[in-house]
Design a protein around this ligand. Sequence first.
Ligand SMILES: Cc1cc2nc3c(=O)[nH]c(=O)nc-3n(C[C@H](O)[C@H](O)[C@H](O)COP(=O)(O)O)c2cc1C
Length: 388
Amino acid sequence: MSNDPLLQPYQLKHLTLRNRIIMTSHEPAYPEDGMPKGRYRAYHVERAKGGVAMTMTAGSAAVSKDSPPVFNNLLVYKDEVVPWMKDLTDAVHEQGAAIMIQLTHLGRRTRWDKGHWLPVVSPSHHREAAHRAFPKKMEDWDIERIIKDYADAAERMKAGGMDGIELQAYGHLMDQFWSPLTNELEGPYGGSLDNRLKFTFDVLTEIRKRVGTDFIVGVRYTGDEMLEQGLSAADGMTISHRLKDSGMVDFLNVVRGHIDTDAGLTDVIPIQGMTNNPHLDFAGDIRAATNFPVFHAAKIPDVATARHAIASGKVDLIGMTRAHMTDPHIIKKIIEKREDEIRPCVGANYCLDRIYQADQPIAFTTRPPAVKKACPTKLRKPPLVKKW
Ligand SMILES: Cc1cc2nc3c(=O)[nH]c(=O)nc-3n(C[C@H](O)[C@H](O)[C@H](O)COP(=O)(O)O)c2cc1C
């Protein structure tokens, strides 16, 4: 048995994970008609073959019709998603990895001309700088409907064989309720922090009624919006404790910052030239204060930094998400002592640019022309210059 901290198993409730490296939720924009079909499945299965402990699917799977698929998200409000999910989860489990999914309602973080062109909803009329939709301020019946939508979607994911779910709460509807910058409701869902958190706890309560206590449920949330008048680190700490103390949550997946502007998004998903692991200590503080399972990802591009994150006890599971887009076989190479052969992610964020700006999947949809044809027959390796 290896003594590498990264290769130690981890027990999350009843689920045993084979090591400490995960892929956090990210939408590769591979869904076809909102469903995780062949290409979607192949993408996650390859990472499972490469040894990842857990792959978290979706990235913002939509629980409601009025959360339009702004970057080709999975539509988990449809019953037809269940058999597709089952195929996906069975195939990933076969390779020894765990699999979860992130559920969300985007709230105002969307465009007006996507999906069914339904009115966008949020707890205030404030527009998001990045997407510019004009949100309708939510009414009681919107809140009631969306709480039920979350629970329906959670039930579908359990039926689809998922090991668990996480609720997205950074920049999306859930934390639009949390933040004083985006919640101008009066009554039970607006005003004090307790009231602003009520939507989340109502959602969790409904979810637990449907999936029971055994199913794994977590929250991926911002612990500090880093915005004037926004949620502070102290608010984030209070929220972390409340989530743990609710008894309805099994893990905290900590993010720091805000994503309503491109600059904010870049601090949350740092790019080339920016500091590595900028929020790891912050996540570690939440881990230390709550003594609860904490996951984290934000530019941990190399194995040494990931190893430090685990060995130092800052987090329980460490995300190497873009790193796995670049090289799906990271763990296999660690186990086989071939770390130096890992193909590194340079942080160019071509993946994000494609899904956000170009309405395209993270990678080419068709294979580039076979390089072999362009090769002189004597060369064993293809030339470095691309021909397309
Ligand atoms: C193409 C792409 C799509 C993403 N989509 C989501 C998403 O829908 N939900 C989410 O919580 N994070 C999303 N993320 C963020 C990742 O989960 C992760 O936090 C981020 O890439 C930083 O980790 P890394 O440096 O290990 O890549 C996305 C990231 C990328 C690159």
